[in-house]
Design a protein around this ligand. Structure first.
Ligand SMILES: *Cc1c(COP(=O)(O)O)cnc(C)c1O
Length: 395
């Protein structure tokens, strides 16, 4: 049977692989050989499930949004990742990776972060497990995301401001990789999305797949069938989307809709619509679509949402798009802002700006009244209140 999951060499079609410096080869090989054994062991599963339940607060509800459904003429369920501890889906992944790191005997954790959400989720589990934590963050982002920097410090992490390049996520990631190369034996690099060299994209997708595992059970209870007609999610690097679709990826009854950040418009030069605007290249150890110049230099992406402006895209999603398994829609800043207010006023839920991009895709769809749609609300909007305030003042 045709599958859209990773193959034994770490590829999704022509995307993926592990393009890494020689010094990391042993480290990545070791991880590749260990991760499935650990993730599938009874000991890991028990600890992971217990933490997801008692610490993260899972299962997250699957909520039938009545007024939103009425507006779009179908049945819309929201998968409420915004209700997790630390306010987003990212904690599902960091809990899993730190358990793996401990099992592999690592004593030091490093991470990269853009908006700071993954940094906070990593610092949180490091506090929980009493492990040293170093978070690399572009200096520009350190200044833009002050509250998250303070949270990470309070949690006991060292935040290293990165001053190379544009001083944003791409530069922070380069710096984290450099650190890993210098301390390969004791350090575990917790990557925050379905990006990086194999096995990271597959590992992160598996750790987030608890989302679709729960959707299956919850839909069966509430709807009498365990699959929806549509799954919708936003994509930055692609982890909340990968978790949302994981158990349905080869089920052709289920249509997949991915929302990427259009920014000011995909032809404006200010966009993070990597799937539509990117070209095949290599970024952070993975062969995927990359926003780049004619000479292959990475172009800084733009989105109003800090969590969506990654210049690459998870190889799993690049392949879903290339194979026409997923529909990819670009949702611009203003559409996302409008959708955030719409959800707030219709349902009393203030979504993260990232999640608002998935909501913005609803207006671009044509649903039948019988369609069952599951849309993942990847995070809550507390961190975005200032942006929302500015928007409503200027309206
Ligand atoms: C980080 C983040 C995203 C984007 O990351 P993915 O890996 O694409 O899921 C989306 N929503 C929220 C709330 C985030 O914090």
């Amino acid at each position: 049977m045709k599958t859209y999951k990773v193959d034994e060499n770490g590829y999704y079609g022509e995307f993926g692989g592990a393009y890494i410096p020689e010094i990391l080869y042993k480290c990545v090989e070791n991880l590749k050989n260990e991760y499935l054994k650990v993730l599938e062991s009874q000991e890991f599963k028990e600890k992971y499930d217990q933490l997801l339940r008692d610490y993260v607060g899972r299962p997250s509800p699957l909520y039938l949004a009545h007024r939103l459904s009425e507006k779009y003429g179908c049945k819309i369920y929201l998968k409420r990742e915004d209700l997790n501890h630390t306010g987003a889906h990212k904690i599902n992944n960091t809990v899993g990776q730190i358990l793996l790191a401990r099992k592999m005997g690592k004593t030091r954790i490093i991470a990269e972060t853009g908006a700071g959400q993954h940094g906070v989720a990593t610092a949180t589990v490091c506090a929980l497990m009493n492990m040293e934590c170093v978070v690399y963050m572009g200096k520009t982002d350190v200044e833009r995301q002050h509250i998250n920097v303070e949270k990470m410090k309070m949690l006991g992490a060292t935040v290293v401001p990165v001053t190379s390049g544009n001083m944003t996520l791409k530069d922070a990631t380069n710096e984290a990789i450099r650190d890993w190369c210098s301390h390969p034996s004791n350090t575990f690099y917790i990557i925050g999305s379905t990006v990086g060299p194999h096995p990271y994209p597959d590992m992160v997708a598996r750790l987030q797949s608890v989302i679709s595992e729960e959707i299956k059970k919850q839909l069966l209870e509430q709807e009498g069938r365990d699959y929806p007609d549509y799954l919708m999610a936003c994509v930055g690097g692609g982890s909340n989307a990968a978790g949302t679709i994981y158990h349905y990826i080869d089920d052709q009854r289920v249509k997949i809709v991915l929302a990427e950040a259009g920014g000011k418009g995909i032809d404006s030069g200010y966009t993070a619509a990597t799937i539509q605007r990117g070209k095949l290249g290599i970024i952070h150890g993975s062969r995927t679509l990359v926003m780049q110049t004619e000479d292959g230099q990475i172009v800084e992406p733009y989105s109003i949402s800090a969590g969506l402006d990654y210049p690459g895209i998870g190889p799993i999603h690049a392949n879903l798009s290339a194979q026409h398994r997923a529909t990819v829609l670009a949702v611009n800043d203003d559409q996302a802002l409008e959708s955030a207010f719409e959800l707030t006023r219709l349902e009393g839920i203030i979504p993260a700006l990232e999640s608002a991009h998935a909501l913005g895709a609803l207006a671009k769809m044509h649903f039948k009244p019988t369609d069952v749609v599951v849309l993942t609300v990847s995070g809550r909007g507390d961190k975005d209140i200032e942006t929302y305030l500015k928007y409503s003042e200027n309206k």
